[in-house]
Write a protein that binds this ligand. Structure first.
Ligand SMILES: Nc1ncnc2c1ncn2[C@@H]1O[C@H](COP(=O)(O)OP(=O)(O)OP(=O)(O)O)[C@@H](O)[C@H]1O
Ligand SMILES: [Mg+2]
Length: 302
């Protein structure tokens, strides 16, 4: 679909580097199953197909100081589309959160999803990551309804999730966290993991997000917040997913580290991945290709 784009930033890490590392190690999938809520689905409804969003052709989203926006309306997907929200509604019990949300995400782009606290951003990521099913409507991966996927396999190969709270295992070192993710992915694919090869691949993934060997061998609680964030990114990338979902990946990070994290995401987009970031940061939104204000997609709040 045609979107209003920002001019994109530079690409400090060569495109395809992550993919090369993970493919070399013969990797696959991730854990990342924790951290999101465990909502009880309830009723929803069918109806309109809005798909109106705000893009940061020049800056800011409505009500969000720091970046301007241009409104556009589109509902079509393209051959580049990797994930589609098709008239998605979701309720926690009797409490509706999302209503008739439609949007398509294309490969090779960075999307920033913004909106007020409680707007449903994390809920939306949870739906897209296959942890929760919509109350109504469909989520499509390459045109196929997510409900027909093996969810473990989907989360082990198609999608990499980066949680705001990292969800790293504190008793393991950084490299063990990444290696474990790779092993789970392999097992979800029905393969017997080759631990030595995976360890090697895990080190390379961490190196590519800027961690030294010494840092990779440290327990994650002995790393800084920004370093832990890089481990979480490396883990999500370790099985070379087509789509990265990140929930506030730069929360509590200084500007320099935010810029470095965004450079990593830019490299991933340049290598063809679709990067979807939930954020309250106007800096992050300004570095995205497309900024989507959830309010403008959600029939409840439009
Ligand atoms: N497990 C749950 N059960 C019931 N209600 C929930 C659950 N998780 C979230 N909610 C409610 O759903 C709404 C959307 O929550 P969500 O976490 O998606 O918001 P958000 O946009 O991510 O907010 P923030 O920017 O603060 O992270 C909120 O009103 C929240 O209280
Ligand atoms: Mg949230």
């Amino acid at each position: 679909m045609e979107l209003n784009k920002n001019t994109t930033a530079s690409t400090p890490i060569p495109a395809g580097q992550f993919a090369a590392a993970s493919m070399d190690a013969g990797l696959a999938a991730a854990p990342a199953d924790t951290g999101y809520g465990n909502p009880a689905a309830a009723s929803g409804g069918a109806g309109a197909n809005p798909n109106a969003a705000d893009t940061n052709s020049n800056g800011a989203a409505p009500g969000t100081p720091g970046y301007a926006y241009t409104e556009y309306t589109t509902s079509t997907s393209s051959p580049d589309t990797v994930l589609t929200l098709d008239d998605v509604s979701f309720s926690y019990g009797e409490r509706p959160v999302l209503s008739h949300v439609s949007f398509s995400f294309d490969r090779g782009r960075i999307y920033a999803i913004v909106g007020r606290s409680g707007a449903g951003k994390t809920t939306l990521l949870s739906l897209m990551s296959g942890l929760t099913n919509p109350t109504d409507g469909r989520i499509l991966r390459d045109g196929r309804d997510l409900t027909s996927y093996d969810k473990s396999l989907y989360r082990s190969s198609d999608i990499g999730v980066i949680f705001q709270s990292f969800n790293l295992l504190p008793k393991l070192t950084a490299v063990e966290n990444v290696q474990l993710s790779m092993e789970i992915a392999q097992m979800n694919r029905g393969n017997k993991p080759n631990s030595a090869a995976l360890l090697d691949g895990a080190y390379r993934c961490l190196e590519q997000v800027g961690l030294t060997r010494d840092e990779a061998d440290r327990r994650v609680l002995k790393l800084s917040g920004g370093q832990q964030q890089r481990v979480a990114i490396a883990r999500a990338l370790s099985y070379d997913p087509a789509c990265i979902l990140a929930d506030e990946p730069t929360g509590n990070l200084d500007e320099q580290t935010q810029a470095e994290i965004m450079s990593i995401f830019r490299s991933l987009a340049a290598s063809g991945k679709c990067v979807i970031i939930v954020t309250h940061s106007s800096y992050v939104a300004s570095k995205a290709d497309v900024t989507v204000d959830l309010k403008s997609l959600n029939s409840m709040t439009k």
